[in-house]
Ligand binder design. Structure first.
Ligand code: HSE
Length: 436
């Protein structure tokens, strides 16, 4: 009997997820070999830091600080890129592809900005790029949208796709913890990006929305076309105020497509407590998909962290290894379609939704009437008003509006901001009342 072939793997980036991948490849070695009917061996790891103890035992010589030992090694079949960031990750990935190696990556930032270049190079070299870990961490949403529901017409995707933000907002809602402590906790749990501003400013979610829009709608949405707001402005008082009104605050990545135009926005939103997305807490992620034939479906699981994300990476490595063993590649296009379509993006000003507004004001007679007047001037109708506290300092006025047009709301806010009694920037959160 012929000896089973060996598939040789190199890992670039030995951080949190890289460590999880090494742990999994080690602990599950026999099982993975049995799945493949071949030996899968991690032969080299490249990272500038070769000293930190990651709690995994490696044979001598496996961990090196020179990436060339992977890129220039013709015996390596598959490269796992987990260094993150744009460059040099892009350069290394393209080099690996051009050298005929398949690549598995969790790098949504890179794919959302340079995906076209990378996938084109992979198609030309007839190698695969696996990116299941890039969106939703351990949730297999890439395969779901690319393959399982590809026959359906997906009308919308509503994602809680940033574990750091969801963890922060959930902690703030649960026990009144402040933003900074909740962020530090998320970082300590290994959820945050190297630069946590990508998480809290919504950029990480926007990267993922680029990929979700391609997968769900076959749409080529560019990062700069996505209206992106993070959670910095959300305070404890808003989380509590939303709860009193019957909502949970969630950072949502929303993609909607009617076949002609696409909506793509990332922002904190009030989700009705009764909606299934409102119950997604902590580091969990969920992608809620509205399909014409399937109806509503939701894909839920841990969207960040060492072992959940490593599970998706190693799942990709197994698929890439199978393709190499059978001599196939690029059978399924990365996003399930031969080419993505450029569709016009609906301007944010055209959005119609209800709003939660929190305006800090000096408590004086006539202030509320003036705010109501400015909203009324823009044809914005108020559903409820709550003023908490009283006295000399600033007090919050919380307003819930009926459905209004974003352009009108922003015009009113501009004038409200200029009022002498208003202190600081008003907080404006959209209410996703009509979630499919
Ligand atoms: N920083 C990301 C998050 C990791 O918090 O969800 C997964 O992409």
């Amino acid at each position: 009997m012929a000896t089973p072939r060996e598939i040789r793997v190199g890992l670039i980036g030995f951080g949190t997820i890289g460590t999880g991948v090494v742990k999994m490849l080690t602990a599950r070695r026999a099982a993975i070999d049995a799945i493949l009917g071949a030996r899968l061996r991690l032969v080299r790891i490249a990272d500038l830091d070769t000293r930190t103890d990651r709690g995994v035992r490696l044979p001598k010589g496996v961990l090196v600080n020179d990436v060339r030992r992977i890129l220039d090694d013709p015996s390596i079949d598959i490269v796992i890129e987990l260094m993150g960031g744009y460059d040099p990750a892009r350069k290394f990935m393209l080099e690996a592809i051009r050298a005929g190696k398949s690549v598995a990556t969790a790098n949504k930032a890179l794919l959302a900005t340079h995906g076209a270049e990378i996938f084109k190079a992979a198609a030309r070299a007839r190698v695969d790029v696996g990116f299941e870990a890039s969106t939703g961490g351990g949730i297999p949403i890439v395969r779901v949208l690319r393959d399982a529901v590809s026959a359906d017409r997906n009308r919308g995707v509503y994602g809680i796709v940033n574990g750091t933000c969801n963890h922060i907002l959930s902690t703030m809602a649960a026990d009144g913890t402040g933003f900074a402590t909740a962020l530090a906790q998320a970082q300590a749990d290994g959820l945050a990006e190297a630069d946590p501003t990508f998480d809290i400013d919504g950029i990480d979610s926007a990267h993922k929305l680029v990929l979700l829009s391609a997968l769900a709608f076959g749409a080529d949405v560019r990062l700069k076309e996505i209206h992106t707001e993070g959670i910095r402005s959300v305070e404890q008082i808003d989380v509590a105020g939303a709860r009193d009104l019957g909502y949970a605050v969630k950072l949502l990545a929303i993609g909607i497509c009617d076949g002609r135009r696409v909506t793509a926005r990332v922002h904190p939103a009030l989700v009705p407590e009764a909606h299934v997305l409102a119950g997604v807490g902590g580091a969990f992620n969920a992608i809620y998909v509205d399909g014409e034939s399937l109806g509503s479906s939701m894909y839920y699981g841990l969207g960040a962290g060492m072992m959940p994300t490593a599970t998706a990476v190693v799942g990709d490595v197994i698929e890439l290894a199978r393709n190499r063993l059978t001599g196939t590649a690029s059978v399924v296009p990365p996003f399930g379609v031969p080419t993505l379509r450029r569709l016009p993006v609906v301007p944010m000003g055209d959005l119609r939704t209800a709003y939660y507004l929190r305006i800090m004001v000096r408590d004086r007679p006539g202030v509320l009437a003036e705010i109501a007047g400015l909203l009324g001037h823009e044809r914005i109708s108020i559903a409820t008003v709550i003023q908490q506290g009283q006295g000399g300092g600033a007090v919050p006025i919380v307003i819930r509006t009926h459905e209004a047009r974003e352009r009108d709301l922003q015009a009113a806010l501009k004038r409200i901001r200029r009022m002498r009694a208003v202190q600081g920037a008003p907080v404006c959160l959209r209410i996703e009342e009509n979630l499919a």
